[in-house]
Design a protein around this ligand. Structure first.
Ligand code: NAP
Length: 314
């Protein structure tokens, strides 16, 4: 395809979607480049930039693209994108909401079960031969019938809460504002929610506003039989306070898909059987990742063809 570049792509969307985009549009692929500000020069005329929550977006790159009208980002979080710099320039942005809700919610439940029922530990126990050598596995903690507190009852939080019905669990939630249309009880105080809950599941956004809202007091309130599950962002939790609370037994357990400084996990957690770890894979199923990639492409297409995004960040 010839003519000026239409799209600058700084994050890959997988081989299939990358190839489809390149077939249909003039795309400058820069996902393997570190020095974006210099490499982007040939695409001065591009009106769409494709990025991801992992790759982010700096205002210095926006400055190099005078015709930029839209940023289409892969992932639902956007704390790594300079949204205000883009908006100051009149640039609209999109993310990939909805399509990943159920997979992220499934993973939250997988972490609740692996932490409470010790499924990962049990797997190692059987495969390591301890079942035959030692015999019975230690008792674990019940999940069904317990109290589930959701921090961030948005799209993913709702999908997590809905699943609780099948386990006969009572659900309460904490947001900055109450959602009168939902059936779950609102708890305006995060501390009070942690005191009430057996499982506290984090599903709020990351970024400065939620940094360390799960602090030492919240962890203490959740308590020695409480389990923290984080599929939100590592920054939401005061990680050193969490490690201390787990080590001292003040916190019962933790199931973590995310940590503050990924992929570096506090090494103390590696030896704790009451901690389940996953490498930030909430949305990482073949089906959902394909849906996310296609939604980024559809947003770019919609902007180029009709001047509007399908799933704008509001
Ligand atoms: P969403 O629909 O926007 O929901 C976010 C919820 O968090 C809202 O209910 C919001 O309610 C609440 N919230 C925002 N700020 C808060 C604060 N300071 N304190 C308490 N609650 C707050 O977003 P979503 O699509 O469900 O995604 C949520 C987050 O999940 C993403 O931002 C991302 O960080 C994370 N995520 C993780 C993975 C993974 O792989 N682990 C995958 C996808 C997403 P109020 O506005 O009323 O406060």
């Amino acid at each position: 395809m010839s003519g000026p570049y239409q799209i600058v792509q700084i994050a890959s969307l997988g081989d299939d979607v990358d190839a489809e985009l390149a077939r249909r549009y003039r795309v400058l692929p820069l996902w393997n480049e570190a020095d974006l500000e210099n490499m982007v020069a040939p695409a001065r005329d591009a009106s769409v930039l494709i990025t991801s929550v992992r790759r982010g977006l700096r205002s210095s790159l926006i400055d190099k693209l005078p015709n930029l009208g839209a940023v289409c980002s892969w992932g639902v979080g956007y704390e790594t994108l300079d949204v205000s710099a883009a908006r100051e320039r009149g640039i609209v942005l999109s993310n990939t909401p909805h399509v990943l809700d159920n997979c992220v919610a499934d993973l939250a439940w997988a972490l609740m079960f692996s932490t409470a029922r010790r499924t990962s530990v049990g797997d190692r126990y059987v495969k390591g031969g301890q079942w035959t050598e030692i015999g019975a596995f230690p008792l674990s903690t019940r999940v069904w019938g317990k109290r589930l507190g959701v921090v961030g009852l948005g799209r993913i939080g709702m999908a997590i809460a809905r699943r609780a019905m099948g386990f006969d669990m009572e659900v309460r939630y904490h947001n900055r504002s109450e959602r009168p249309e939902v059936q779950y009880q609102y708890e305006p105080s995060l501390l009070a929610l942690a005191e009430w809950a057996d499982f506290l599941v984090l599903a709020c956004p990351g970024g400065p506003e939620t940094r360390h809202i799960v602090n030492r007091d919240v962890l203490k309130a959740l308590g020695s039989t409480g389990i923290l599950v984080n599929i939100a962002r590592g920054t939401v939790v005061d990680e050193s306070a969490m490690v201390e609370a787990l080590a001292s037994g003040e916190l019962g357990g933790a199931g973590l898909d995310v940590v503050a400084n990924e992929p570096h996990v506090p090494p103390e957690l590696f030896t704790m059987d009451n901690v389940s770890l996953m490498p930030h894979v909430g949305s990482a199923t073949l089906e959902t990742r394909s849906d996310m990639a296609r939604l980024v492409m559809q947003n770019a297409e919609s902007f180029l063809e009709h001047g509007r995004l399908l799933t704008p960040i509001v």
